[in-house]
Write a protein that binds this ligand. Structure first.
Ligand code: ATP
Ligand code: MG
Length: 772
């Protein structure tokens, strides 16, 4: 037997060496599902299967990279290079580029991110003269996304009276027209949004039998990790591709299905055995990740769900310490407690920062954690939130680069045609859009043919537009010989971006320059890495593809020693020795918005199961007695999920230095002291253990004023240009409305009601705000 196979137990070995036919591995967390997939690929290759014939689909690109590295250790790097591995989106984007012309797309199509889609939808709503309070672009985008993920094309939409009626009933009778417009505009811009990557793949495979046959023949062995979270569109792709050889291996855990809100369909895993003939079902029962206390506690939680496949999960690992439950007064105290506990654990047990993770239900909860970690001098990294590539200055650079690759890219063009300012006003841009729509051409083509088109623009402005086009064309010429880094360096200088950002000597301006530098460094690394790992040149097109599909997790090279902060959704599949799950409160976790039906509540419970099972050695749960939500301090109650864990696995602590019991202790001192190990049981709240009957308390989000103008320009806030009513974006707190401005000069402060953090007073000199 091959040596590496001895690193599997018997139950894992069976699916690993089951070479052919459809098979499913259903097993609980930490039982080695991902390990089985990895070793199975190595095994297939050792059996002479060509790596070009193996397709492996993972939840993140990071997971794919790690798998590839492990396989490379077993079978050698040169062979592993040729495996098809990645997320659904990244793998099928590659295939779509190869086959683009079948669908009438250029192979250099742009991938629009959520922000690009939002902007396009907002501008369509404006062009159609619709009321933007009724037609909210974010809602429209999520409707369009769910149509696409259910394969409802524009044509299918208009053929479906039920959908039309539903939108009428929702007082959005023009929904179908917006959808149609949106699809046409994306097509004209040579752009696909995220959902298109799956929708168009389905279209490709159904409309062109020869293409289907080609990829069926190529992907003779297909493997899918985290199968429980596939959506309908992904399901159909997998079915179509595996139809001929039926060598399909999926692994998953129904208890970890947590993306129903994004269209994931748990039935995909439940019905797998009906979809194929002679499916071999494998179960893994031994957990290698966590201590007995953690495994048993997690089992006791998931037991409360009615809809589930019965599974056994046990571990031969040590009992380990019990799960610590801690009650704190406020989120500030919670942050200080977590930071000091990490500090102590590090000191006492010689641990690294990267041994710790802090998991939360909502991104907004990171702020208190960050503050406390910073005060303690503990390095951390936040995953999720506004990703690096979505920052304004980075998107500006990327927009120029996107135009080099695909000048039809309308959203990129609108973003930079007058940034840095070159005297091309909004009216001109509006006229260009109208002309482009009229001629059914891209805006860039209209600019290239200004003398031939019917458009009211004065000759001075025409000159400026032509200069812009000439500049982009000159970048395109350079792109034929330069690599991504060389080109980007040239573009940032020539376009005037560097000069523009250099003008701004405020801390925000300096930070922007640093970010651009970081982007350029990243591109340099990318060029080097591509040469080594993938045998390609590191072209700009490759770089942009990588960026468009990067999730925040993917940027993590795993080599820095930081505490990981992320939402539970992002933590799926990962593991950490020490895990803190914070904000264990009713209405927060389970979320107030997900308690209306049993199935929503069960999804929240699965989310908690995922959170707890990330921990290897020790898990901590914390909750507070009061918390700011949407700007109001509200009383909080401990989460029902704490009560649902069998008592024997818990150690419930109440800090003896609770400030209410000892007024001598200030909050600061409190934060520096680890709560005494003397445990005091807290009295369980007098309410029914199981699901609450009364409707949840839901504090509605503040009404934001509609976005008045989407200039995207950086607000020079120091100048005091910010006014009451402006909508701004903050890197951590998200969107917010300016309520009040006070102070003068360098001390101007704004009171802002943020979606994710409630009302905050910020010193504009330091606050990284952007008017949107
Ligand atoms: P999840 O459901 O969270 O995705 P999983 O079922 O995919 O978990 P893995 O991540 O593959 O589980 O394995 C969990 C941990 O246990 C990993 O650190 C893995 O290396 C380790 N492991 C799995 N099987 C074995 C084994 N036979 N011997 C030793 N360690 C193992
Ligand atoms: Mg896994």
């Amino acid at each position: 037997m091959e040596k590496y196979l001895s690193q599997l137990n018997e139950a894992q070995l069976a699916p690993t060496i089951q070479k052919d036919g459809p098979m499913i591995v259903i097993a609980g967390a930490g039982s080695g599902k991902t390990r089985v997939l990895t070793y199975r690929i190595a095994y297939l290759m050792s059996q002479g299967i060509d790596p070009f014939n193996i397709l492996s689909l993972t939840f993140t690109n990071k997971a794919a990279r790690e798998m590839k590295e492990r396989i490379a250790q077993i079978v050698g790097a040169s062979e592993a290079k040729n495996l098809w591995m990645g997320t659904f989106h990244s793998v099928f984007a590659k295939i779509l580029r190869i086959e683009a012309d079948r669908l009438g797309y250029p192979s250099n199509f742009t991938i629009y991110d959520a922000q690009d889609s939002d902007r396009l939808i907002a501008s369509i709503i404006k062009e159609m003269n619709l009321d933007k309070d009724v037609y909210k672009y974010k809602q429209i985008r999520s409707r369009i996304s769910s149509y696409k993920n259910s394969l409802i094309t524009v044509k299918a939409y208009f053929n479906n009276p039920e959908l039309i009626e539903a939108d009428k009933a929702a007082r959005r009778p023009r929904m179908g027209d917006i959808y149609k417009n949106y699809v046409e505009r994306c097509f004209k811009a040579g752009a696909m949004d995220f959902d298109d990557l799956l929708l168009k793949t389905n279209e490709l495979l159904t409309r062109f039998p020869d293409v289907l046959a080609k990829y069926q023949d190529r992907f003779r062995y297909i493997l899918v990790d985290e199968y429980q979270d596939t959506n309908h569109s992904q399901y159909l792709i997998v079915r179509a591709l595996s139809d001929r050889f039926q060598n399909i291996c999926v692994v998953g855990d129904d208890a970890q299905s947590i993306y129903a809100f994004r269209g994931a369909n748990i039935n995909n895993i439940l019905n797998f055995q009906k979809d194929y003939d002679d499916v071999k079902l494998f179960r893994l029962e031994q957990n290698y990740r966590s201590t007995k206390n953690i495994v048993n506690a997690a089992n006791s939680i998931i037991d409360k769900n009615q809809t589930k496949l019965e599974k056994v999960v046990w571990t031969a690992n040590d009992d380990g310490p019990k799960i610590k439950v801690n009650r704190l007064m406020t989120d500030g105290d919670e942050g200080r407690y977590v930071a000091s506990s990490i500090f102590e654990n590090k000191m006492n047990q010689q641990l690294k920062n990267s041994d710790f993770a802090i998991l939360y239900r909502t991104n907004a909860q990171s702020r208190a954690m960050e503050d406390a970690l910073r005060k303690r001098g503990i390095e951390y990294r936040i995953y999720g939130g506004l990703s690096f590539y979505q920052r304004k200055e980075i998107k500006d650079v990327l927009s120029y680069l996107r135009l080099v690759i695909n000048p039809s890219d309308e959203e990129a063009l609108k973003r930079v045609i007058n940034f840095p300012a070159r005297g091309i006003g909004q009216t001109t841009i509006d006229r260009l859009v109208v002309a482009a729509n009229g001629y059914n051409r891209s805006i860039f083509e209209v600019i290239q043919n200004l003398d031939k088109v019917d458009i009211k623009i004065n000759s001075g402005t025409k000159g400026k537009l032509q200069d812009f086009a000439t500049m982009i064309e000159s970048f395109q010429v350079m792109n034929q010989t330069a690599n991504a880094f060389e080109l980007a360096e040239h573009v940032t200088k020539t376009s005037g971006l560097i000069r523009e950002f250099n003008k701004d000597a405020t801390p925000e301006g300096v930070a922007r320059m640093e970010n651009i530098e970081e982007l350029l460094n990243g591109m340099k690394d990318f060029v080097e890495e591509q040469k080594e790992l993938a045998d390609t040149t590191g072209s700009l097109a490759e770089f942009l593809e990588d960026v468009a599909l990067a999730t925040d997790l993917d940027n993590d090279k795993g080599d820095d020693d930081r505490v990981a902060l992320m939402t539970i959704h992002l933590a799926k599949g990962l593991e950490f020795p020490y895990v803190y799950i914070v904000g264990m409160e009713e209405d927060l976790f389970p979320s107030a918005m997900s308690m209306n039906t049993r199935s929503e509540l069960e999804e929240e419970r699965r989310l908690f199961y995922v959170a707890l099972t990330r921990a290897e050695k020790q898990a901590y749960l914390t909750y507070t007695l009061s918390r700011y939500r949407w700007g109001k301090l509200i009383d909080a109650e401990p989460s029902r999920f704490i009560e649902e864990i069998d008592d024997e696995y818990l150690e419930v602590l109440t800090p003896v230095n609770d400030p209410r019991q000892n007024p001598m202790l200030s909050a600061d001192i409190f934060g520096d002291v680890e709560p005494s190990p003397n445990t005091i049981r807290f009295k369980k709240p007098l309410r029914k253990k199981m699901e609450k009957k009364q409707p949840p308390k839901f504090v509605p989000p503040p009404k934001l004023k509609p976005v008045s103008k989407t200039t995207g320009n950086p607000a020079n806030l120091f100048d005091g240009k910010l006014t009451v009513g402006n909508i701004v974006a903050h890197i951590r707190f998200g969107k917010g409305e300016v309520l009040k401005i006070e102070g003068a000069g360098a001390d101007v402060k704004a009171e802002i009601n943020f979606e994710n953090g409630g009302v905050k007073k910020l010193l504009l000199r330091f606050a990284k705000l952007e008017v949107i």
